[in-house]
Design a protein around this ligand. Structure first.
Ligand SMILES: *Cc1c(COP(=O)(O)O)cnc(C)c1O
Length: 356
């Protein structure tokens, strides 16, 4: 149990227009902070007014990227309450990331307590409009003022909150994806399986080029054989081939274990729809597209939940999937997951954690 000190702002902000939120543009009135030192462990948990953090220019995070983050949401229920979706999965993943990056772990129940406390403090920022939510961004940075290369001895854990708009204002539109053959996102033994900010820095160049060419995201292939599918942009990826749902297996450590990915797999299993976690090569997807058995493709992640893929572009070839429309499995998963998240459907999986 954390003993969280609360310092409320004396100057609450004017709330943004909830119809025009977009993603990550606005931040709430408060943030959660907690420090780490070797002597005191994780200490001084506090909720304070949202604002700049002062750091020494030599703070290790600026030089060697010892940083990690999480991403989850608080949802306004139909009955006016507020709830989280599978927060324990995010917290477990955060601690796995800590372990990989030599950052001291934080007890899971303390992290959940901190998330709940800061969301409760800014509860009036959880938007009511259809499809909107309060994005929760916990992160940890290495703060030692020192340029030697070794794990930091001091850290800052922070949680900031951002009201975000509906991902699909104009309905669910399938996206065009560029198959990246030159750059890779990660390799076996690297940090692909954890949520490290450095992974994103490494992926920007591929993403930028794809966007310049008119594609929404990159399809990443594995870094060794350059043929097995890893992920799409910052989402996990699913293909429906001849009625079977296939998603890349997590075993090689190249793939971020998405909470949405796990939820899709568990729902498909419950519905009795065949689902396989295995290696899947780009050649198999191309062949399935050519012989007419590639029924659907979609990405999964907290931001969009399900993002159907309407077109894959690879080495001069344009592959249109499901007539550039959302497929029945993608739609069913989207409706089931968002139904639970916004409290419109009963939580028959035990995935909801109510805050209020
Ligand atoms: C966060 C993330 C995902 C999606 O995970 P969710 O828990 O479903 O939001 C997928 N891939 C990468 C690289 C990510 O960083």
């Amino acid at each position: 149990m954390l003993n969280i000190r609360v310092e409320k702002t004396t100057a609450p902000k004017v709330k943004p227009d909830y119809k025009k939120l977009g993603f990550g543009n606005y931040f709430t009135d408060h943030m959660f902070l907690m420090d780490y030192s070797v002597e005191a462990g994780w200490h001084d948990p506090r909720i304070v007014p949202y604002g700049p953090i002062a750091l020494d220019p030599s703070a290790m995070v600026f030089h060697y990227a010892q940083e990690l983050f999480e991403g989850m949401k608080a949802y306004r229920r139909a009955d006016g309450g507020v709830q989280l979706f599978r927060p324990w999965k995010n917290i477990e993943r955060m601690n796995n990331t800590c372990d990989r990056l030599c950052v001291p772990e934080i007890p899971a129940e303390d992290v959940l307590q901190a998330i709940k406390a800061v969301v409760q403090t800014d509860e009036d920022w959880v938007p009511y409009d259809e499809g909107t939510s309060l994005y929760i961004r916990p992160f940890i940075i290495a703060t030692d003022a020192h340029l030697g290369v070794h794990p930091s001895h001091t850290y800052l854990f922070a949680i900031i909150l951002s009201p975000v708009g509906s991902y699909y204002e104009a309905g669910i539109n399938p996206v065009k994806i560029y198959v990246e053959r030159e750059y890779v996102r990660c390799v076996k033994g690297g940090t692909g399986r954890v949520k490290a900010g450095g992974n994103y820095a490494a992926s920007l160049i591929g993403q930028k080029r794809a966007e310049e060419m008119g594609y929404a995201q990159v399809l990443w292939l594995d870094g060794i054989y350059r043929k097995y599918i890893d992920e799409v942009g910052a989402m996990n990826v699913f293909f429906v081939i001849d009625g079977t749902v296939v998603t890349p297996e997590l075993t090689d450590g190249n793939i971020l274990p998405g909470v949405t990915r796990a939820s899709c797999v568990e729902l498909l299993q419950k519905w009795g729809i065949p689902v396989e976690e295995r290696k899947l090569s780009i050649d198999e997807v191309i062949a399935a597209n050519e012989n007419g058995t590639l029924d659907e493709a979609f990405g999964t992640g907290t931001a969009a939940v399900i993002s159907p893929i309407g077109e894959l572009f690879d080495e001069g070839k344009h592959m249109i999937i499901n007539n550039n429309e959302i497929g029945p499995i993608a739609q069913r998963l989207y409706d089931a997951i968002t139904g639970m998240q916004w409290g419109k459907k009963p939580d028959d999986m035990g995935w909801i954690e109510k805050i209020d």
